[in-house]
Ligand binder design. Sequence first.
Ligand code: GUN
Length: 312
Amino acid sequence: MENNSKPILIDGRIIAKTIKEEIKQEVQNILAEGKRPPHLVAVIVGENGASLSYVASKEKQSKEVGFTSSVYRFPETISEKQLLETLDFLNKDPEVDGYIVQLPLPKHINERKVLEAIAPSKDVDGFHPSNGGRMMLGMPTYIPATPYGIKQLLERSEIETEGKHCVVLGRSNIVGTPMAILMSRNSKKANCTVTLCHSKTKNIKEICSSADILIVAIGKPEFVTADMVKEGAVVIDVGIHRVKADNEKGYKIIGDVKFDEVAPKCKAITPVPGGVGPMTIVSLLDNTMKAYKHERSSIMSKEKTYLKWYNK
Ligand code: GUN
């Protein structure tokens, strides 16, 4: 059956702005009660351009919602021991609610060791194994920013998920794997049948063609073409690639999905830029607010609050 209606464009900029306004309002309420605002720290090692701009954006957006924002900058030469000492300091500082260690780290630093040194209660990236485990079990935790942002996009765009076939392309620890788990959970905003595809998947085109919801985080420019998408599917594109273009800037940003040919077949689709991208930092701010309110740690035994979180 042909999809004759125009696809819904899932506008991440507008949804992110709405969530930011909600967080800003919550901060104002906190301040009105005479309490200190939430405090988010970013730790950055070295001068990686993408990391610097990401951290700058986190700092700017934290301040926009009224958070206290700090950045700990270290040279590439910092030792693993010195970095671990810094994390120990942040873990113990009661004025720091949450922090992130920007990745990638230099080669002489063991990334896994660093991520495991972050206090799980302050791990607002959700990268600590304890938080990953809690997510898998449906317990209160910090969900990594990109999958959390995508869940928000689906929910706030009122995309039906229950009983749908959700195909996730890509199995990274940060996006694909947590995404697949979240979409399969028994909660009213998920309840999908999930297929997780990766580099060794054989019949990727066939599987994609059967997706009601296709979430693409494969890291390959315009990998998904129209022949891989079912009429009426919902397509979420996580890719961000800068490619040369014949325009003033000399480049343009494209995603993992060939938007122009895929969009006409879709019920709804995220653009690149302006889809998933704007949601990631907002999700980090949301996790920081949860950290401030101790929502991860204090509600284990309070079933009602637990369910409220879980069904969100
Ligand atoms: N590098 C790229 N994305 C991320 C992220 O979400 N968190 C951290 N800490 N580093 C990153």
